[in-house]
Design a binder for this molecule. Structure first.
Ligand code: AMP
Ligand code: GLY
Length: 432
């Protein structure tokens, strides 16, 4: 089979998709590589296509016309829009769940019901479709307590309320101005512990844990400031030890996947389990139905095996026989964002130093939000603009090298955190 080239289409245009594209392009089995819509960095290794990743008909038509053998879906929106269903229905292999299984990210309440059905450990919860009963529940339970919007956009709609007044304000804000029946809220028990993520590659019957990672969601040093999509990450995550990973697989991932299959909606793709770990015991915070961003930029570069082979095996239900190998290195990535992100920020600023950063030993530069300018210029085109990853034998060395890379970038309009990895490094010091 090794001589049969496969043409691949990756959907998305961020740092995660650059990491996918880099891994796939390195495969001897990779034929033509398309990314829709891609970005300036991806354009150096793939053909960028101006397709809307959420337009199922357009994606399917393109894949069919070009003879694409595998579609890899990066973000969640196309999955929730049913793009994987449409591609699969056209007889084309696709990495990513169908619309029904994407409910594991789309609906907090759906995930909670599945967890309850199989006894998977997670925070106690209740769902309300009106503010009054939700307020009453908060009054009864007290704070701290967690208030979440149900449905997509829910990523932004999470309030970890330290007082009942904050929780009630969050509930009122969610229902304010919404027509009856349009808004719903999930209220959860507040869990304590340390958060880390487990990425599991799934076909209809096999779940293969890939790797662990931790990200930094707050904009500023010391985990201060507004929540973002992630300002940096490292892999592996020390707190998610092999024993904790095994417990998460046994008590959370395997039973949930079995339940999804039993309901006739098996999950195929990358299951991202956000876990809260306390006393070496994992509980589920949330699922995502895709790779994390920037977690993909630290997990995928650690893979030694052929990424395209691995993704094809998952898409074709052949994972059972696959044992991927990993480089014994730590990876750390630093995100360079536009000043003002996650609020308002400027676009179209020239970015220099990209070659100098990429030339450093162990450093890879992933583009997250860039566009090609005149005469080969690279311009900022998003909130998160670059992710600078370094691979090294230890976390401390990976951190040092990633910051050398970030410091080599010439972009006065950008900013980045100086402390990515601090928690794991502090833990290493404690253990020493
Ligand atoms: P989510 O969108 O569900 O991942 O929530 C965003 C963030 O809120 C998580 O990464 C946690 O830091 C925090 N969080 C969510 N649910 C809980 C919970 N039940 N207890 C404590 N923290 C939580
Ligand atoms: N870095 C968090 C996410 O991808 O959702």
């Amino acid at each position: 089979m090794a001589d049969v080239l496969v043409d691949v289409l990756v959907l998305g245009g961020g740092g995660r998709e650059h990491a996918f594209a880099a891994g796939i392009a390195a495969s001897p089995r990779c034929g033509r590589l398309f990314v829709a819509p891609g970005n300036a960095g991806i354009a150096a290794i793939a053909t960028c296509v101006p397709l809307d990743p959420c337009d199922a008909a357009a994606v399917t038509e393109f894949a069919r016309a070009e003879g694409v053998g595998l579609v890899v879906v990066g973000p969640e929106a196309p999955l929730v829009a049913g793009v994987a269903d449409a591609v699969a229905a056209a007889g084309i292999a696709v990495l990513g769940p169908g619309r029904a299984a994407a409910e594991l990210e789309n609906s907090k309440a759906f995930t909670k019901e599945i967890c309850d059905a199989v006894g998977a450990p997670t925070a106690a919860w209740a769902r309300f479709e009106a503010a009054g009963p939700a307020r009453a529940y908060v009054a009864e339970r007290g704070a701290p307590i967690v208030v979440k919007a149900d449905g997509l956009a829910a990523g932004k709609g999470v309030t970890v309320a330290m007082t009942a007044a904050d929780a009630i304000a969050a509930i009122d804000a969610l229902f304010d101005g919404m027509p009856e029946g349009e808004a719903a809220v999930v209220i959860e028990e507040f869990m304590t512990g340390e958060e880390a993520s487990l990425f599991v590659l799934c076909d209809a019957t096999t779940a293969l844990p890939l790797a662990t990672a931790q990200d930094h969601k707050r904009a500023f040093d010391g985990d201060e400031g507004p929540n973002t999509g992630g300002m940096g990450a490292y892999s592996p995550a020390p707190v998610l030890s092999p024993a904790v990973e095994a417990a998460a697989m046994e008590r959370i991932i395997a039973p949930v996947l079995a339940e999804m299959a039993a309901r006739g909606t098996p999950f195929r793709g990358i299951l991202y389990a956000g876990l809260m770990i306390e006393a070496a015991t994992p509980r589920l915070v949330e699922f995502n139905v895709r790779f994390g961003d920037p977690e993909a930029q630290v997990v995928l570069p650690r893979l030694e095996s052929d990424l395209l082979d691995l993704l094809l095996a998952a898409a074709e239900d052949r994972l059972e026989t696959v044992v991927p190998s990993w480089r014994s290195v730590t990876a750390l990535t630093v995100v360079l964002a536009a000043q003002g992100y996650p609020g308002r920020y400027a676009k179209g600023e020239a970015i220099g130093g990209l070659e100098a950063a990429a030339a450093l030993p162990g450093v890879q530069v992933f583009h997250a939000g860039t566009a090609a300018g005149p005469e080969g210029a690279v311009l900022s085109a998003g909130g998160r603009v670059l992710a600078i990853t370094a691979l090294a034998p230890s976390l401390a060395e990976a951190q040092e090298q990633a910051y050398r890379g970030a410091d080599a970038i010439d972009w006065p309009g950008g900013f980045y955190r100086r402390d990515i990895g601090w928690r794991a490094l502090a833990q290493e010091d404690d253990d020493a």
